[in-house]
Design a protein around this ligand. Structure first.
Ligand code: AMP
Length: 217
């Protein structure tokens, strides 16, 4: 069985957290364009340097760049049994490009899970978000703090805050979401692929709701 999923929702909606559960449950990889772009930035590639300026400003990286990265990634062997797209597509042009690329290979998206979360909850989730520099484990300064301030419980490495998780940039990212990405909710609803999830519920309830919604699971 193969399962091709899209996790859709604003920054801070819980896509990354839920992707971790789905990876475990289905043994398919998470394909996060944000993670891939941050890796390119860290590696100092030419593409990474260009992307960084857009990311720091809270803007989207150009469609052609992101579509290219995703197409290459989906060709890799570990995606043969499916994948969880997290943070892609983010524009109608990206969704169209994805649909054409999949159609060429006789594939399709099986479900689009859309997480709905209040704007102010997103801001507080994102401003308090921290991640481990060693193992990437996620924390929140108020809702899920580490035992020792600034230190990862799991591996002891230092925690960091993403450059784009500052309040001003967060508000810009949410505005970009409303203008450019939110139209994808209607796009996938029309296509009959959309499954809505209340992302304000506790993490475990969101997890169960997502599992209950997935096709043939
Ligand atoms: P994320 O980790 O998904 O919140 O992404 C962080 C940043 O990477 C975004 O604010 C964008 O600048 C960029 N980015 C990630 N995914 C995309 C995408 N699909 N299209 C354009 N830009 C993206």
């Amino acid at each position: 069985m193969s399962l091709n999923l899209i996790l859709l929702g604003p920054p801070g909606a819980g896509k990354g957290t839920q992707a971790q559960f789905l990876i475990e449950k289905f043994g398919i990889p998470q394909v996060s364009t944000g993670d891939m772009l941050r890796a390119a930035v860290a590696a100092g590639t030419e593409m990474g340097l260009k992307a960084k300026a857009c990311m720091d400003a809270g803007d989207l990286v150009p469609d052609a760049v992101v579509v290219g990265i995703v197409k290459d990634r989906l060709q890799e062997a570990d995606c043969a049994k499916g994948y969880i797209l997290d943070g892609f597509p983010r524009t109608v042009a990206q969704a169209d490009a994805l649909a054409s690329a999949l159609a060429e290979g006789g594939q399709k998206i099986d479900a689009v899970v859309a997480f709905e979360v209040d704007k102010e909850a997103l801001v507080s989730r994102l401003t308090g978000r921290r991640a481990c520099t060693g193992c990437s484990a996620g924390y929140h300064v108020d809702y899920d703090p580490p035992k020792v301030d600034g230190v990862c419980d799991k591996c002891g490495a230092k925690l960091f805050q993403r450059d784009d998780d500052q309040e001003e940039t967060i508000r810009k990212r949410l505005e970009v979401y409303d203008n450019q990405t939110a139209p994808l909710v209607g796009y996938y609803e029309k296509a009959g692929q959309l499954k809505r999830v209340d992302g304000m519920l506790p993490i475990d309830q969101v997890k169960q709701t997502v599992l209950d919604l997935l096709p043939g699971v």
